[in-house]
Design a protein around this ligand. Structure first.
Ligand code: PM9
Length: 468
């Protein structure tokens, strides 16, 4: 079977409220055309993020009832610690309420002003946490990652030549660690190969620089390794994960992705001094080291989710469902980023809307149109998220890629709902010339996409009636 059908049946359902185009148009105006400000109950298919939006299994829900809410030494912490050690293999397990807190603890402990953190591509919270310490967040992914048409099996790979040059230029003492984001979210959910990870490790060992993983989507990355690297075809996902993490010294993890939970994360690492320093910080800002800002029941759900996510039937459905959406769009010539990533399909807004200049936020305009016409919410990954003001000229420096990400929550939508998404986008593409640009009217100094506001540059109805 080309696209695996759902390896689960539905036990609990959450009704979705239908909205009209007029209602969505009003909501958009009120939200300043920022989809983060649209109430979720007014969204039909919500592809804003795959983070914290997973459906938990009956096994995880059962685990919630076994939550031990003791302030110190909760049994659920020990279960989580044992689970993380057995998959990731690092000595210390420091729970946090989500991924960015793990990043904050790590970077505020080991990064000093003037330092530099290379990564394949930093996710926006990672970048913000590095820059907040007065350090430079440097993207060192292979150059093909910026070509939306280039079909490489491992487009998230680190550019080892540039990494070596960077180390020689910046100096080993100014690089406290190197990161690898698996899969590479900001570059299209593209995987990193085991070979590239091994070579990155070998290079860094020569300079005694630690390697950390941003492990949010590690299981999806391992699935791609199994599919695409012949030496791993017969290995289990668990064995692949164990080998992968053995090349590193630690990881940050948002369990809201491949932990299959709605909240949770951790920092895991081998270095005793860094573990002690980050734990001291954890106590100040999150909580005691055996709960880290979470309830005991959350720790239990996370421990169980980390095991479930390694299941191959689940992963082939998961990655297959994303591929199903991507291939429907591709067959209809809708411009998407290739190859199709692990957690999301990325619409190429520059090619979808060639008549809208980057100054007029084409990806944001496309995301707004998709919500207004069909009740589908994606997220802009382009100028709004990554554009920067040039301090000297005041002009915006635009990123290479201008995308709308359609991130698919895990185990949430049926293939029929995904088909609806594809049909809607194909219809929108046939009317694309009627979509207009947006002007940015407010931006915050950091992570501006969450709170930015816009004005519609010209308004004309796109279709006469709404499909949902
Ligand atoms: N990623 C995402 O939608 C959620 C926040 S933005 C709507 O893709 C990586 C690779 C991520 C990520 C979050 C985080 C932060 C770190 N690294 O959201 O703090 O994709 O748990 O994780 C989001 P937290």
């Amino acid at each position: 079977m080309k696209f695996p059908s759902e390896p689960f049946k539905i036990k609990v359902v959450e009704p979705i409220r239908r909205t009209t185009r007029e209602e969505r148009d009003r909501l958009l105006r009120e939200a300043g055309y920022n989809l983060f400000h649209v109430p979720a109950e007014s969204v039909y298919v919500d592809l804003l993020t795959d983070s914290g939006t997973s459906a938990m299994s009956d096994n995880q829900w059962a685990g919630l009832m076994l939550g031990d809410e003791s302030y110190a030494g909760s049994k659920n912490y020990y279960h989580l610690e044992e689970t993380v050690r057995s998959i990731f293999g690092y000595k210390h397990v420091i729970p946090t309420h989500q991924g960015r807190m793990a990043e904050n603890l790590l970077f505020s402990t080991v990064v000093k002003p003037g330092m530099c953190i290379p990564n394949n591509i930093h996710f926006d919270t990672t970048r913000a946490n590095v820059e907040h310490q007065g350090a430079q967040a440097l993207d060192v992914v292979i150059k093909e990652a910026y070509d939306p048409h280039c079909e490489l099996p491992f487009k998230g790979n680190m550019d080892l030549v540039r990494l070596k040059d960077t180390i020689n230029r910046v100096g080993r003492h100014r690089i406290p660690l190197v990161m690898l984001t698996i899969t590479n979210n900001s570059g299209g959910g593209q995987p990193v190969s085991m070979d590239n990870i091994r070579q990155t490790r070998e290079l860094l060992s020569r300079y005694h620089i630690p390697l950390f993983f941003d492990a949010c989507r590690f299981a999806e990355n391992c699935f791609f390794i199994k599919e695409r690297e012949p030496d791993y075809a017969s290995k289990s996902i668990l064995d692949i994960a164990r080998e992968l993490f053995s090349y590193g010294d630690g990881c940050t993890m948002s369990a809201k992705k491949d932990g299959l939970v709605n909240i949770g994360g951790f920092l895991s690492l081998n270095d005793d001094q860094w573990a002690q320093d980050t734990t001291n910080m954890l106590i100040m800002v999150e909580g005691f080291p055996t709960y880290g800002g979470l309830a005991g029941r959350d720790l239990e759900a996370m421990a169980r989710g980390l095991r479930e996510v390694l299941d191959e039937d689940y992963l082939s459905f998961r990655v297959g469902q994303v591929r199903y959406l991507g291939e429907l769009l591709d067959q209809a010539d809708v411009p998407i980023l290739k190859p199709i990533g692990g957690h999301a399909v990325y619409l190429n807004a520059k090619e979808f809307l060639p008549h809208i200049s980057q100054d007029q936020c084409p990806a944001q305009s496309l995301a707004v149109a998709l919500y207004r016409e069909y009740g589908i919410r994606g997220v802009e990954i382009g100028t709004v998220m990554f554009g920067k003001k040039d301090a000297a000229t005041g002009r915006t420096i635009h990123p290479e890629l201008e995308m709308v990400r359609l991130a698919i929550p895990r185990r949430v939508y049926t293939n029929m709902q995904i088909t609806y998404v594809a049909d809607s986008i194909i219809e929108l593409y046939s009317r694309r010339e009627r979509i207009h640009g947006l002007a940015l009217t407010y931006e915050a100094p950091v992570l501006r996409h969450f709170t930015a506001r816009f004005e519609q540059l010209e308004e004309r109805p796109l279709v006469q009636h709404a499909a949902s």
